[in-house]
Design a protein around this ligand. Structure first.
Ligand code: ZN
Ligand code: ZN
Ligand code: ZN
Length: 75
């Protein structure tokens, strides 16, 4: 089932930058958002057989051992 991935880079200066949300696709035929979901599967049947929602988003906050672009530019 598909989900979103949210990445927030945290820099050594303490600032963070949130990257644009990425959509992670699954390959399930039973997921409305999947590329393998049949085009013939439409409501009301789809509502009963398939996932209609994204999974809880994945959150990442990797620490980058550098100044953020704003602080690096101000140096
Ligand atoms: Zn999916
Ligand atoms: Zn469906
Ligand atoms: Zn900074």
């Amino acid at each position: 089932m598909c989900k979103f991935r949210r990445v927030r880079n945290v820099y050594s200066c303490g600032h963070g930058i949130t990257l644009p949300e990425e959509e992670i696709r699954c390959d399930s035929e039973k997921c409305k958002f999947s590329p393998n979901h049949p085009a013939t599967c439409v409501p009301p049947q789809c509502l009963r057989t398939c996932w209609q929602y994204h999974q809880f988003p994945e959150l990442y906050s990797p620490h980058i051992d550098a100044l953020c672009p704003t602080c690096a530019a101000a140096q």
